[in-house]
Design a protein around this ligand. Structure first.
Ligand code: ADP
Length: 679
């Protein structure tokens, strides 16, 4: 077989013609080769084997048109064919050359014409080759970009350190096709107490190479992170199964290499080193840097997330300790109050001076006040730990009205306040825990008297109201899906009133609106928190209409159910779908996975207390994804806190930056599906 010195091949039956062409091209410094035509098959084989760029074909072969066509189709048009032909009617004589021959040179051959034709094809060929090379590089860069893009979306949803390095090696392999990659990851950046050396390799590194690699990367790492302890390094190897029986030896160190530290801010968490037999190009280095950068950012997110998680655990622990402390202290404080009160009673029953009586009565009032505060603290602790027990029975409000009337009549009179109760006749029974309803009324009436100056009035009334006449916008707690009648109790005063912007605050625990009366009147800001919780527990609601300096009208409602069973069914249902929901929406389909990850994360974090099954919590339209997140059995302020926390997560997570996430907190009302209050 002839080896080509050039890309030009001349084929003819005629040795004289071959010699002529060879001489003409040679005289111009164009190297070329000749082949004497014997038969079509052999000629074709010869052309195929040697793959010239330009074929000069003499028309004196058996069927030049057919041969030209076959060559063109074999080389998919990547060959130029010049036909040497007789002057006249060669097409008629020799067949159809259209589409197969690129140029015709007439015989007898004119030197200049042949040389210039060959030269122009050589130039075209050169440009085409360059174009193909550029195109190949462009394709490679596009491929790398695509891999990097996919990597970034994979990384963004990932909070697992182990997975992070898997993604890293996978990306490195796809973009840079390394022969061997090793990463030394420090314990802080991996769920491990030791440094971890990952080796991903085409062939198994032999023992000497492994030792050298381990030493080499540790030395690099030492330069970047002096304070890390490098005495313990555990090695994990991943060898491509197809090369399992082959080894890399120390010669691998002669391969081209790229190396970089994995850093978050100024702190180094590991080192990455890759080897490749084929030298790395400039674009490869950029790609490598970009991967290392992506990994570092993803690691930073994981480290931050871990910190937040740990802080959260700590906070929860503290919150529990605080609740237990409040509970224990309150019990301890309550115990001596009963004997003190009894002793005071005994003193008062004795024959004592007026001054002593006054002081003893004062002491008694303070003991009562103190026990009120302690009871509130204990109630709060029971609410927070979910230890409240409600005994629901058929109940008529009349009984409680009588008790309230008796309890507050005297107190109001002493303060110079007109106090009255008004009951509509035929008020329906409700299912309720009578003691809790009395506590609600006591809290509201205490406040009304407390915040109404002398000369004012306090009126308690009860009536029936239908669900459709309720103004849901003013309700503090979203009432459940109920369309029947409610029993409504109103505690109305002509006191100092509440500013509109303060109305939502007063239901938060320990919140008091700063004014002279609050300071003098005592209390710790728990009454309304407890009241709201108790109305919730009866599937009821609470709201207040108030005007500063004119007075307040606190309203509580309780649904009227026909029987205890119906009430209990709804009570159970409401426990499941309760309170505020948070609507997380995401507009891109690709982001779905990210949203899933976030929801999962929030769930693990207990930020989402309860998620219903996926069918109910998520809905999707063609290009719109959303999660409705239910906060279960939580008060509004806790829900607000949760919502803020979710918002924080979203702000902190770079993964959501480009996703168009809308976080919406909304009061969930089944009846009207109104989400208009969302942020
Ligand atoms: P406290 O035991 O301190 O009264 P509450 O939770 O019962 O706590 O009330 C919280 C705050 O709401 C009060 O400190 C007061 O500022 C405001 N408030 C409650 N009821 C009234 C009312 N009837 N008139 C004016 N302000 C009120």
């Amino acid at each position: 077989m002839t080896n080509f010195a050039t890309e030009i091949l001349t084929i003819s039956k005629n040795t004289g013609m071959l010699e002529d062409v060879f001489a003409i091209l040679n005289s111009s410094g164009i190297q070329n080769t000749s082949y004497k035509y014997e038969n079509e098959d052999e000629t074709l084989d010869f052309i195929k084997e040697n793959a010239p760029s330009i074929l000069i074909l003499d028309d004196k072969t058996e069927a030049p048109a057919i041969l030209a066509k076959k060559v063109k189709s074999e080389f998919e048009d990547n060959i130029f064919i010049i036909l040497l032909c007789d002057t006249e009617n060669f097409e008629v004589k020799n067949g159809d050359f259209s589409g197969s021959v690129d140029s015709f040179v007439q015989k007898p051959i004119q030197k200049n014409i042949l040389i210039s034709t060959v030269n122009s094809f050589l130039k075209i060929k050169k440009s085409l080759d360059k174009f193909k090379k550029d195109n190949k590089e462009l394709n490679k860069s596009l491929y790398q970009l695509d891999v990097l893009y996919n990597t970034s979306s994979k990384l963004s949803g990932n909070l697992d350190k182990k997975k992070l390095y898997e993604i890293m090696f996978e990306t490195l392999e796809k973009t840079l096709s390394f022969d061997l990659a090793c990463a030394l990851i420090f314990p802080q950046a991996y769920e491990n107490s030791e440094n971890k050396l990952f080796i991903h390799s085409l062939k198994k590194p032999d023992e000497t190479l492994l030792n050298v690699l381990s030493e080499k990367i540790t030395d690099y790492a030492k330069e970047n992170a002096q304070n890390n302890d490098f005495t313990k390094v555990s090695i994990e190897e991943f060898i491509k199964p197809s090369y399992e029986n082959q080894n890399f030896d120390i010669k691998l160190l002669n391969f081209d290499k790229l190396m970089a530290p994995i850093q978050v801010k100024d702190k180094t968490y590991g080192m990455l080193l890759i080897y490749r037999n084929k030298p790395f190009l400039k674009e490869d280095v950029v790609c490598f840097q970009s991967i290392v950068h992506q990994i570092s950012s993803a690691l930073q997110a994981i480290i931050l997330y871990d910190e937040i998680k740990n802080t959260n655990v700590e906070l929860k622990k503290l919150e529990r300790i605080k609740s237990e402390f409040v509970s224990i202290v309150s019990h301890e404080l309550r115990t001596p109050l009963t004997p003190i009160n009894n002793s005071l009673e005994i003193v008062l029953s004795e024959n004592i001076t007026d001054t002593a009586r006054n002081f003893t009565n004062m002491a008694k009032r303070n003991v009562k006040r103190l026990s009120g505060i302690i009871e509130d603290l204990l109630d709060l602790s029971r609410i927070e730990t979910g230890k409240f027990d409600f005994k629901y029975e058929k109940y008529n409000i009349k009984t409680s009205f009588d008790i309230i009337q008796k309890t507050f009549e005297e107190q109001a009179k002493e303060k110079g306040i007109i106090f009255e109760t008004e009951l509509n006749s035929n008020l329906p029974d409700i299912y309720a825990d009578s003691r809790k309803i009395e506590q609600i009324l006591t809290n509201l009436t205490t406040n009304a008297i407390k915040f109404t100056p002398s000369g004012g009035s306090v009126k308690i009334s009860a009536q029936t109201i239908n669900a459709k006449n309720l103004n849901k916008d003013t309700l503090i707690n979203p009432v459940c899906d109920y369309s029947g009648d409610y029993l409504k109790i109103s505690v109305k005063d002509t006191g100092i009133g509440i500013k509109e912007e303060d109305i939502h605050k007063i239901f938060d625990k320990f919140s008091q609106i700063e004014n002279s009366l609050t300071r003098n009147a005592g209390g710790v800001g728990l009454g309304l928190t407890i009241t709201k919780h108790f109305t919730d527990a009866h599937l009821g609601g609470i709201w207040v209409n108030s005007t500063e300096n004119e007075g307040s009208d606190f309203n509580v409602i309780f649904p009227v159910y026909s029987d205890l069973k119906a009430f209990e069914i709804n009570l159970n249902a409401a426990r499941k779908i309760n309170e505020t929901t948070c609507l997380l929406t995401l507009k891109s389909k690709e982001g779905r996975q990210k949203l899933d990850t976030l929801v999962q994360k929030l769930k693990e974090e207990n930020i989402i207390k309860q998620l219903k099954n996926s069918k109910e919590i998520s809905f999707e339209t063609e290009n719109y994804y959303a999660y409705k997140i239910f906060f279960s059995n939580l008060q509004k302020n806790v829900c607000d806190f949760m919502t803020r926390q979710i918002q924080d997560y979203i702000n902190k997570e770079s993964i959501f930056k480009d996703c168009g996430i809308v976080l919406e907190r909304t009061v969930f009302r089944k009846e009207d599906g109104d989400y208009s209050q969302g942020i």
